[in-house]
Design a protein around this ligand. Structure first.
Ligand code: ATP
Ligand code: MG
Length: 324
């Protein structure tokens, strides 16, 4: 029987990404070519990955966010629907266009964004409906949704409160995808604090771990973060894979990345996060969860666009091959 309310929920910005088709091509270069649209937005990439990876476990997913009544919005909705994400809580607005991120890749690995926010920051506490959280097992929060607007931030805080009320054992996962060049450090720490206090699984990059803990060196930073609330710190390390810190494993369990040729790195972290949560909800041991999430992240960077099309079976097959 189809479940009425989702097991896994995320919320925040829905975007399309449009990227330069050649490296080092400035956004200002007149007449140069862009490629896209590709459905995006960090919390949406997470939920799409969780939905594809959670299918064999019958784990259902849902998203809360806002798009414009335009073709860009439709292309996001079509992708989420195809991957079985419940979109009943995605609102359409007449007043704004769907959010757009224009991305320029550079040969030194850096990226440059122009961000047309549109409806992406319009997620609001009034869209957080209590009954939607009736079945909640995991709520995923992102730094991007906390920072894009005050109402989006308040929506995240409200979602945490309601999720906890429905299920005191709900797993709150948090990807603090914020960088000091986007927002000043003091503000970042202030807006992340209430989330960190309730987080069970924190998914930072090295730079984010250093920033949140105030400690230099990503491993020391993750050890410090363990003292700040979260039970599990998952340090994402690009092609090197990840290191998982818990109180039992405070030196960190290092898990090697899966080797692929990188075509487009955007969305790897969120695809990894969605897969990690599924392994955790499935009750696997941390090593298997990390190998699974590494493989999902690696498969994502092999294809264009932030949301991959890979299935649970694709990821499993490659993960097993890699372990032979
Ligand atoms: P994002 O660009 O989405 O913000 P992030 O910085 O949060 O990403 P990354 O460490 O870049 O996260 O990637 C997440 C995971 O994806 C890594 O831990 C790794 O498992 C996998 N991954 C990323 N890049 C590669 C790569 N080039 N080769 C193999 N695996 C990769
Ligand atoms: Mg990265």
């Amino acid at each position: 029987m189809e479940k009425k309310y989702p097991d896994i929920i995320s919320l925040g910005e829905l975007l399309v990404e449009i990227m330069r088709d050649k490296l080092d091509t400035p956004h200002g270069e007149i007449g140069a070519i862009y490629r896209g649209p590709f459905p995006s937005g960090a919390p949406a990439i997470f939920i799409d990955s969780a939905s594809r990876m959670g299918k064999p476990f019958n784990l259902s997913t849902g998203f809360i966010g806002v798009i414009g009544k335009d073709n860009f919005g439709n292309c996001i909705i079509e992708k989420l629907k195809k991957d079985n994400v419940d979109i009943s809580q995605v609102k359409f607005t007449e007043e704004l266009t769907t959010g757009i991120a224009f991305n320029q890749y550079n040969s030194n690995g850096s990226r440059k964004f122009i961000f047309a926010k549109g409806a992406a920051g319009d997620t609001s506490p009034k869209y957080i409906k209590t009954e939607y959280f009736s079945n909640i097992k995991n709520l995923h929060i992102t730094g991007s949704a906390l920072s894009i607007s005050k109402k989006s931030r308040e929506a995240c805080y409200k979602a945490i409160k309601i999720a906890k009320k429905h299920n005191p054992d709900v797993i709150i996962s948090f990807d603090p995808n914020l960088r000091p060049e986007m927002l000043n450090l003091e503000t970042i720490l202030k807006i992340c604090k209430p989330v960190l206090e309730t987080t069970e699984i924190l998914l930072p990059s090295g730079e984010e771990a250093e920033m949140l803990s105030g400690i230099k060196g990503s491993e020391n930073a993750c050890q410090k973060l363990l003292e700040m609330g979260p039970k599990i710190i998952v340090l994402k390390q690009g092609k090197k894979g990840c290191t998982v810190f818990t109180t039992d494993e405070s030196k960190g369990l290092k898990v090697k990345g899966y080797k692929v040729i990188e075509k487009d790195p955007t969305g790897a972290g969120d695809s990894f996060g969605g897969a990690f949560i599924i392994g955790y909800l499935a009750g696997w041991d941390l090593l298997k969860i990390a190998q699974f999430a590494n493989t999902a992240g690696a498969l994502k960077v092999e294809s264009f666009g932030p949301m991959a099309d890979t299935s649970y079976e694709d990821v499993m097959l490659l993960m097993k091959k890699n372990l032979l």
